[in-house]
Design a protein around this ligand. Structure first.
Ligand SMILES: [Zn+2]
Length: 206
């Protein structure tokens, strides 16, 4: 019989928590303090929920190559893991491919080696990160990223879901697409183009 008091207790608690909304000072503390404990000081609740939604939706996408965080940590450097798996951003003007301007070759995903960009897609944007106006067909998957109170288009590797960077449109660069794939150098490797264009495009769909 003692257990029957539990629902009553919950009802009372619920009624109390509703009642506290009448008193602004109390309700703010009651409702927000558990949330605030999770947040860095510069994050407000709404971007936080956006961030939660965005990262969970792109993480829950199923990509052909699946690995656990432990498996990724074993094959990636600390900085690669932070950027590629935790969607971090490298500091501008520091990446090894920022000023890299070869005439041929392929940039591959640093996590899974899937071909992502050709050297001929790269252009000089001056933004501090490697910039590409297009990608190998199918190599990149786009998500809406609502972190930091902005709505941006995140790009990830279609094979492993690794974070590459963001795409910006309509900035007026004199390129065929007027898009800038702003990519972290740490998310990429570079090597010679191994096969014909058809093979590269085909392998990107895997
Ligand atoms: Zn990848």
């Amino acid at each position: 019989m003692r257990f029957t008091s539990l629902p009553t207790f919950i009802r009372t608690l619920y009624a109390f928590s509703n009642t506290t909304r009448i008193f602004p000072g109390t309700s703010q503390r009651t409702l927000n303090s558990p949330l605030r404990d999770f947040l860095p000081k510069y994050y407000m609740p709404i971007p936080f929920f956006g961030s939660l939604f965005s990262s969970s939706s792109s993480r829950n996408m199923s990509y052909p190559l699946q690995k656990s965080d432990d498996e990724w940590q074993a094959v990636l450097s600390k900085e690669q893991f932070r950027v590629i798996r935790e969607k971090g951003t490298e500091a501008p003007f520091t990446g090894k491919f920022d000023k890299h301007a070869p005439s041929t070759g392929v940039y591959t995903c640093a996590a899974c080696e899937a071909p992502i960009y050709k050297a001929t897609h790269k252009f000089k944007s001056g933004c501090g990160w490697p910039a590409f106006f297009d990608a190998i067909p199918g190599a990149v998957t786009r998500h809406t990223d609502r972190t930091l109170g902005m709505s941006r288009t995140e790009i990830v590797c279609s094979n492993c879901g690794g974070h590459l960077g963001h795409v910006f449109k309509g900035e007026g660069y004199a390129t065929p697409t007027d898009e800038r794939h702003c990519v972290n150098s740490v998310s990429l490797n570079f090597g010679p183009e191994k096969d014909s264009e058809g093979t590269a495009a085909g392998s990107a769909k895997v």
